[in-house]
Design a protein around this ligand. Sequence first.
Ligand code: WT7
Length: 635
Amino acid sequence: MSNYHIKHLEEYYQVYRKSVRDPENFWEEVAEEHFLWRKKWDKVLSWDFTKPEVKWYEGAQLNITENCIDRHLTTRGEKTAIIFEPNNPDEEAEHITYRQLHERVCEFANVLKDQGVKKGDRVCIYLPMIPELAISLLACARIGAIHSVVFAGFSSTALSTRINDSDCKMVITSDGSYRGGKEIDLKGIVDEALHDCPGVKTVLVAKRINSDIAMKEGRDKWLQPLLDEAYRDCVPEIMDAEDPLFILYTSGSTGKPKGMLHTTAGYMVYTAYTFKNVFQYREKDVYWCTADIGWITGHSYIVYGPLANGATTVLFEGVPSYPDFGRFWEIIEKHKVNQFYTAPTAIRALAKESLDFVEKHDLSSIKVLGTVGEPINEEAWHWYNVNVGKKKSPIVDTWWQTETGGIMISPIPYATPTIPTYATLPLPGVQPALMDENGNEIKGNQVDGRLCIKFPWPAMARTIWGNHQRYKDTYFSAYENKYFTGDGALRDEVGYYRITGRVDDVIIVSGHNLGTAPIEDAINEHPAVAESAIVGFPHDIKGSALYGYVILKVTGESRDQNNLRKEINQIITEQIGPIAKLDKIQFTSGLPKTRSGKIMRRILRKIACNEMENLGDTSTLLNPEVVQEIIENKL
Ligand code: WT7
């Protein structure tokens, strides 16, 4: 029996039990069987959640790009590694073979070296979904530089904060990007961000939209001429198992974004293993994940996991609505996609459109459907199952996080019977625990609580860049000796997990993880605003949308409230990005506060969700009278 590729439920339970009985032996076998090691490990795992410190495959040496590219060259050199599907359907798709990928990554890696990037240096990548994005990640990994990808929908302020937090010396960007019918001036955003980033010495610019942009002498360089000159082979840097691979920022409930640090060997083994099992990938399959590489989903399941398995992975530049709402289905038909992985928010948006868009296309290639990023509601699940999967393709509802590096709880298609809204069972090596309010583990089934993980898994983030204390406080302090996810979950009578949503002040909007604090900070920068609080409320397409309660310095009457609303959203767009805009803004004279001055978001959330009946006891508030006012003026 191979641990690596599970094919039926019985086998899942066997493998799972084995992985829990002896995790080290389990992960050793997985690592032995499938990867290229320059040196094997001395010790599979050492860990201490109180520090917290976790090390996998200590003593091993490797380069992840050798595993994702070089080792496939003998058997899969002419196989397509990446299918690039451009924004505009009239532009031809590009098929990049493993051999070509090798060449392009090596050239790019040599350019980075020529520009002075060394092992351990941080490189910020701010690119649209074009091949250069995947290639730049791999080029960094080739030479041991730490990539920090910033989603190209983030604003210049968000970009500069992230560049400075991890002290990047280089930014890789493009002249601009296409997004549906729009062109976006990415380089302009980078220029603005770099006013505040003295550490950045070099900006490499890929050409995508051929716009006329300003190039700053001595700092900005066009990428292509450098690639043209670069040597086509690049000896990979030999990395230690625990050497950093990348930083990726995620929002917290308070404070600035957290730069989650992922390391090399464990991340590779885990993303490869989970990719193979969760998508049941077979050699000739074409796999497509619609996420942006700017998020962890794209890192793990567009780039590293698929390539580590020698898979063919689709990289789509555009949006689901361009040129019309049939684009996803058209691409599935065109490239004969076998595994399709997307977000519930995209499914809900497409389900609102005419069924003709789906039915026009031949989707018979589909074998597995996936969702990620937020709970999927039952209606969307059924729509996906019936209209896309034609009731014959299992849906894998995959629960995981930027912090976990890879999928944690998910059905294994054709093995685990699926139920709508359930992420079902933990993958091998994953040991979930549900905790009660008093910090005790709730054993047994038909229970709910806060979701923790009680044993390390190879792809877990090792720290928050530059702030290990915050890493400890955020994830390892709520419950002793456990990693706390921030999510609530229930476990049903057969042990299936259903994720019920965040239990902290993180709100998931269209699958994007948004912290309340940075948005409130942005709102409070408006000169007319005294204080604000935001909460989530249910939204048909986005899952959750943002509701803002805003106290003005002078009562709003003298100002046009609609203008103020626009200005507030404008500031949010500038500081964070359009994804964080508020759907509703209610002006109020006060916010409900505890006697210690803490805003009671729980009450505000209930009001925003129209759950006025059970607000709980408001009498202990400092200002109970304000609750009535807020209810009366609810939008
Ligand atoms: C949060 C993590 C994992 C990559 C994309 C998001 C929510 C994620 C599910 C799911 C219910 C889910 C959780 C989690 N979430 N997947 N299948 N069912 N909720 O990564 O931005 O780090 O967000 O997304 O609340 O904690 P992220």
